[in-house]
Design a binder for this molecule. Structure first.
Ligand SMILES: [Zn+2]
Length: 294
């Protein structure tokens, strides 16, 4: 039997499997219907209670049409503040008592950019309602995900990493929220992929990382996968963002060994592993190739 390090050698990164199924943009392309908490170490749970099944719902449905469905009032407030950080912002939003976004003050529609016009129209469209589930900690690595027609979920803690100094120049939490809002809104009238592409034309998203731009983060004896780091281009071409995520519980190498488990099983293991975004770093220019351990 070869030594342990040899045994886990593979030609392809295991994340190829993981990312292949992802849509264009990792901010919101992935369709995830449920979140699993089962394998989270209780010590990893933080002060934000996980309550996606018990969101603060507002009953008045006569208002405008991008609704925030939040796991706490604080996270609703944070998401609203985040919205107002979007690049190229030409109007402020606030949260109505009905849980729906409303535009503050008077807006000269003729002066709005294409992106701001689209966001304004989505908010002002009373016939079609899109919902953003606002969750403090989804237990997942995404900033935002598409969950179904007219519905996206965002992770407030992950989004906050976008606003750190290391990501200055990259997408911020407001850009990401505006992207997710339009993605949810467009998905009412088009398929998920098209909705994501259309949203990205107005508020950029992130391209799926290429194989060579995904780095696996193993412990030193290479017995456990601790996390991963991937480089993703921003869809408006301004540069790329390096995103470092950590699995809440390291994944034993044996569970990711294709000699022992089917590709589907490995993919499932990676997909369901609770993870958090640790760090986001922006860089301009070409996407630097990460050194993938072999
Ligand atoms: Zn997207």
């Amino acid at each position: 039997m070869p030594p342990r390090t040899q045994r886990f050698k593979r030609k392809e990164s295991i994340f190829g499997l993981f990312f292949l199924r992802r849509a264009l943009c990792v901010l919101g392309g992935k369709i995830i219907k449920e979140f699993s908490l089962e394998s989270i170490d209780p010590q990893q749970l933080n002060l934000y209670s996980y309550s996606i099944n018990n969101p603060i719902k507002f009953t008045d449905s006569t208002g405008l049409s991008i609704e925030l469905s939040c796991d706490s009032k604080e996270n609703c407030a944070t998401a609203t503040q985040n919205f107002n950080k979007r690049k190229g912002k030409q109007f402020e939003v606030s949260l109505g008592k009905d849980g729906k976004l409303q535009v503050e003050g008077n807006v000269d529609l003729k002066k709005l950019s294409k992106a701001e016009t689209a966001l304004y129209n989505a908010i002002a469209d009373k016939k079609n309602n899109a919902t953003i589930n606002v969750v403090g900690d989804t237990g997942r690595q995404e900033f935002g995900v598409h969950v179904g027609k007219g519905e996206n979920t965002v992770d407030i803690q992950n989004l906050s990493k976008l606003d750190s100094p290391s990501n200055n120049g990259g997408l911020n939490s407001g850009d990401a929220l505006a992207h997710e809002a339009l993605d949810a809104y467009y998905s009412l009238s088009m398929d998920a992929n098209t909705a994501d592409i259309e949203a990205a034309k107005l508020y950029p998203g992130l391209y799926e990382p290429k194989q060579k731009n995904i780095q696996e983060l193993w412990n030193t004896p290479r017995t456990k996968l601790l996390g991963m780091r991937y480089m993703q281009g921003i869809t408006d071409g301004r540069g790329s963002m390096q995103i470092t995520v950590k699995f809440n519980t390291p994944i034993p190498a044996i569970e990711l060994d294709s000699k022992v488990n089917s590709k589907e099983k490995i993919q499932q293991t990676l997909k369901s592993a609770p993870a958090r975004v640790l760090e986001v770093n922006f860089s301009t220019g070409k996407i630097p190739t990460l050194n993938v351990p072999r």
